[in-house]
Design a protein around this ligand. Structure first.
Ligand code: ACO
Length: 427
């Protein structure tokens, strides 16, 4: 009968160790007993960027990167994108199950009730420069919410945590819309609680003089994009939320850390980078030379490649469909034509095939957002709106996990050994 253990022989000492294997993993702490001497610290695993380290147990999102599978709480992303509303998916992620009608009605009502932000928030948002990046504004504003809701520090009380979840889902779109208006020099548009979640957000961004003609196809397209972004297990921003949250800070501060992580061009900023890249290519005829440059190591093909997906990102497939729906409404965008051609050429190129580089979720999302009328620097904000329920769900799960401790990785020290201080005159 094979045992679920791993035997390690330390060739430095000749000693053998038997480590239990559970869920396909060994506990890194079990390595610590492997020592060359009693005063040795013990063996550690070196894993920059956590390429092969499970940092938590999670029941929220399942990904099989090789097969291109993504499920939230067991439900395939394709079915959720086709049949669910964003708030339904948010409930599923945060509360663990699909809501029944009464639960969904209550959830929607509570979210609607909390969409307003304290009027002082507007005062400090006004202090940002006219050209402030909306992601910088959003991360600052969400972090600042912690000062408006000091009760959020009570992490022990599940009812209080539930209230903070509602506040975040309700207020982040309002802050995001204010950031949008700020960058355009437009007066802030307040939430309209007679509208649904997506319609209200679109209205807060695009309404002029209290008027906005809604386009249901574009609104549903935006909703699908948000659903596709809603969670993605232990990605950079979610890990940031968990790591910062593990210090038991309030959820507004933890989510603000997630927004900061998402801001970076290798994560949420990639769709913005895709648009810049498409503008730089400018014309289909320039694609071969652009690809050649990338292969020579000059820059990357933005929107391609993924740490986890080593086949087509299932979200990218769905987004491509959304792109066609949107462009039927808005007319064809020349950038889409370049993107389609770029994708075709890259998917046939040995360099990309060998490295399993396929389009990721960001390859098309930016072009769609642009067609909807959102400026490039706003794309990551839309990603943040989508990812919000995932961050909140992962934060809650982290708090409830009995294995959670404050995040505190180890290091391999590579600096000087002890040396005496050198006085200024002798340096
Ligand atoms: N274009 C060209 N080459 C690439 C790309 C790319 N987009 N991505 C990876 N490679 C190459 C690397 O140069 C490397 O080649 P090498 O083995 O010859 O050195 C190889 O593929 C592996 O690359 P890594 O950087 O080790 O892959 P990793 O899993 O760490 O990176 C990442 C994943 C960061 C997403 C990367 O593919 C990338 O930078 N892509 C472009 C940015 C992007 O689209 N980010 C969005 C990610 S999805 C999201 O956040 C929602």
């Amino acid at each position: 009968m094979p045992k679920d253990t791993l035997t390690i022989t330390d060739n430095r000492t000749g000693k053998a160790y038997e480590l239990p294997i559970e869920d396909g993993t060994i506990k890194a702490m079990d390595l610590r007993q492997i020592k060359v001497a009693d005063d040795d610290f013990g063996l550690m695993a070196y894993d920059p960027a956590f390429l092969n380290t499970a940092a938590c147990r999670s029941a929220i999102t399942f990904i099989d990167g090789d097969k291109g599978i993504l499920r939230y709480r067991g439900y395939p992303i394709e079915q959720l994108a086709e049949q669910a509303s964003f708030l339904e998916v948010a409930y599923l992620l945060c509360e663990g199950e699909l809501p029944n009608k009464a639960q969904l009605d209550k959830w929607e009502d509570q979210v609607r009730y909390h969409t307003y932000v304290h009027t002082n928030v507007i005062k400090f948002l006004e202090g940002f420069r006219y050209d402030a990046h909306p992601m910088g504004m959003l991360l600052g504003a969400v972090g600042a919410l912690s000062t408006f809701y000091p009760d959020a520090k009570d992490l022990e009380d599940p009812t209080c945590r539930y209230l903070q979840r509602i506040r975040l889902v309700a207020k982040v779109p309002t802050l995001a819309a204010f950031a949008f208006r700020h960058s355009r020099g437009l007066p802030y548009e307040f939430p309209r609680n007679d509208l649904g979640y997506i319609a209200n957000f679109v209205n807060m961004t695009f309404s002029i003089g209290g008027k906005h003609q809604p386009n249901p196809v574009l609104q549903r397209a935006l909703e699908i994009l948000l659903i596709l972004h809603a969670d993605h297990e232990q990605n950079c921003s979610t890990s940031a939320v968990r790591a910062v949250g593990s210090s038991q800070v309030d959820p507004f501060s933890a989510v603000s850390a997630g927004i900061a992580a998402l801001y970076g061009p290798l994560h949420g900023g990639a769709n913005e980078a895709v648009l810049r890249m498409l503008a730089e290519i400018g014309d289909k005829k320039n694609i071969p030379s652009f690809i050649e440059q990338v292969k020579q190591g000059h820059g990357r093909l933005m929107g391609f490649g993924h740490r986890v997906y080593k086949s087509y990102d299932p979200r990218a497939k769905l987004i491509k469909k959304v792109a066609y729906d949107v462009f039927q409404q808005t007319g064809l965008n020349p950038k889409l034509e370049i993107a389609l051609e770029l994708e075709k050429i890259a998917l046939e190129d040995e360099y990309f095939i060998k490295r399993k580089l396929y389009p990721n979720v960001d390859f098309y999302s930016g072009i769609i957002y642009q067609a909807m009328g959102y400026p490039t620097d706003y794309f990551t904000v839309l990603f943040a709106l989508g990812r919000l329920p995932g961050w909140i769900a992962q934060w809650e799960e982290m708090l409830r996990d009995k294995d959670t401790k404050i995040a505190r990785p180890r290091q391999i020290y590579t600096g000087y050994d002890e040396r005496p201080f050198v006085p200024m005159a002798k340096r």
